[in-house]
Design a protein around this ligand. Structure first.
Ligand SMILES: Cc1ncc(COP(=O)(O)O)c(C=O)c1O
Length: 473
């Protein structure tokens, strides 16, 4: 493909995508087709002959687009994946064209500098000081893994990187943590059973008395407390733990404090609902995902560390083929030496461009709108004879449930209704379990969603719940 062809086809793609964004609200949020059919669309041997670009584009329009989940549709309020902001989409396009490799300075000097600045914006937002650092990751899973590896290495006096796990250690955190925390506890060599899932209070925040009891029991059993994982926005309800108290306990027991703000980090840009004094900056490391509530297209997670040197202590291996200057005025910053991943996409470009184009104010307004929508739904459900809400949402995640059925039927009802909602093509919501009960999990992370969508969603849920309940009766 020569430059002229690239231009022609590039324009065609941009036309296609602008039309896609323009008409996204008219599409069914989720495709009405079974997985077997969708798999069948792509079954063919590796092509030997080239296909003209026009035909390739037509094939995408036929096979890919109609069977996407349109996460940019205002009715998409499911698992946390945002409506991608169009500037970020363009950023990703440029990123692939330049193909800078963020692992090493020599494959992207300006890209490394841009990521350093993007990380600085995030550490400033989190309230960290000048010693802080971090890097952009594939997502919250990877960031939580890095955070817990930092915890392990620090707790071992920097021996675990070399000698592996020598102690019986425990990690404490919410029963409402994301499953990535369990995976991380496993991946750093402790085994999932080393995670203590601490019960939460009525607002889904870690119960301090239960945490203290778990620490005491472990100490009696000869197990060393290693780390607390605090939640700054749980996946189900956006709950924020009492990070200040967790910090005090971590200090008293000599533990690392990690904060999972993968989702909740967006609240740092909120003007109207800012969580002043929550204490996020007290954590030693933070997971924060621009590809969640900063509306960046996938993938762009981030791990932030209060003391940047801990990254080097944990990951700093310098292979023979890396001969660049590593220190002093001529330092060439090697993410590879200060982080886990080597070859790495230029993820910061889309985040940097989005911050520059929209500014924190515009992104913050989108975030506040999403919080307002969740609170609107809460107000409706709270005064409703048929529905109840799990908690008053501090963020945009809200769980509501249909009350008039016996608990034995509730699991089936909520699952069936969510399936009907999916089939309607108007909305996509999830279901979840909270304190032993089934709920609809509704989470706008979407700048196209409007308050009226919450009214429409509740009306649809009411209609479908009544109908399924009648079938069950
Ligand atoms: C609180 C929290 N932490 C971590 C993650 C994992 O993030 P990712 O899916 O980007 O790996 C999620 C995902 O939804 C989350 O909600």
């Amino acid at each position: 493909m020569d430059a002229k062809e690239f231009q022609t086809f590039g324009h065609q793609v941009v036309d296609l995508l602008s039309e896609y964004f323009e008409s996204i609200e008219d599409k069914p949020v989720f495709p009405d087709a079974d997985p077997k059919f969708i798999n069948g669309l792509f079954e063919e041997p590796l092509p030997d002959n080239p296909e003209p670009f026009e035909e390739l584009l037509q094939e995408l329009q036929k096979k890919l687009l109609p069977y996407c989940t349109h996460v940019g549709h205002p009715g998409y309020m499911g698992l946390i994946t945002p409506s991608p902001n169009p500037v970020g989409v363009i950023g990703d396009f440029i990123c692939s064209a330049l193909n800078q490799n963020l692992g090493v300075y020599s494959i992207g000097p300006s890209a490394v500098a841009m990521e350093r600045q993007t990380v600085r914006w995030l550490t400033d937002l989190a309230g960290y000081g000048k010693q802080a650092g971090g890097n952009l990751t594939s997502g919250g899973m990877m960031a939580n893994f890095i955070g817990l590896k930092l915890a392990r290495d620090w707790a071992s006096g920097d021996r675990a990187q070399h000698d592996g796990v020598q102690h019986r250690w425990a990690i404490y955190g919410s029963e409402e943590r994301h499953v990535s925390v369990d995976k991380a506890v496993d991946a750093i060599g402790l085994g999932r059973n080393a995670y203590r899932a601490i019960p939460t209070d009525v607002e889904f925040r870690v119960r301090i008395d239960a945490l203290e009891a778990a620490i005491e029991k472990d100490k009696r059993d000869g197990i060393r407390p290693m780390c607390i994982v605090s939640m700054f926005g749980t996946t189900n309800t956006g709950a924020v733990d009492d990070i200040r108290t967790l910090r005090r306990i971590a200090d008293r027991e000599g533990m690392w404090l990690h904060a999972d703000a993968a989702y909740g980090g967006g609240m740092l840009l909120s003007r109207d609902f800012a969580l002043h004094g929550a204490g996020l900056e007290l954590a030693d490391s933070i997971t924060i995902d621009p590809h969640k509530w900063f509306y960046a297209p996938l993938d762009a997670g981030a791990v932030l560390v209060k003391d940047e040197k801990r990254l080097t202590a944990s990951f700093g291996m310098k292979p023979a083929y890396l001969t660049d200057e590593m220190e002093g005025a001529k330092e060439r910053y090697q993410y590879y030496v200060h982080g886990f991943e080597q070859s790495r996409r230029f993820r910061s470009l889309k985040v940097w461009m989005s911050f520059k184009r929209y500014g924190g104010r515009q992104i913050g307004e989108w975030i506040d709108n999403n919080v307002r929508q969740a609170q609107h739904l809460y107000a409706l459900a709270k005064d409703d004879a048929e529905f109840e809400a799990a908690s008053n949402p501090p963020m945009s995640a809200i769980c509501i449930r249909y009350k008039p059925v016996p608990e034995s039927d509730a699991m089936r009802l909520h699952a069936d209704v969510a399936e009907r909602v999916e089939k309607s093509g108007k909305f996509w919501i999830g279901t979840t379990e909270l304190k032993g009960k089934m709920w609809f999990r509704i989470n706008p992370v979407n700048f196209r969603t409007r308050e009226e969508h919450m009214d429409q969603l509740l009306a649809l849920l009411r209609e479908e719940c009544r109908s399924v309940a009648k079938v069950q009766a």
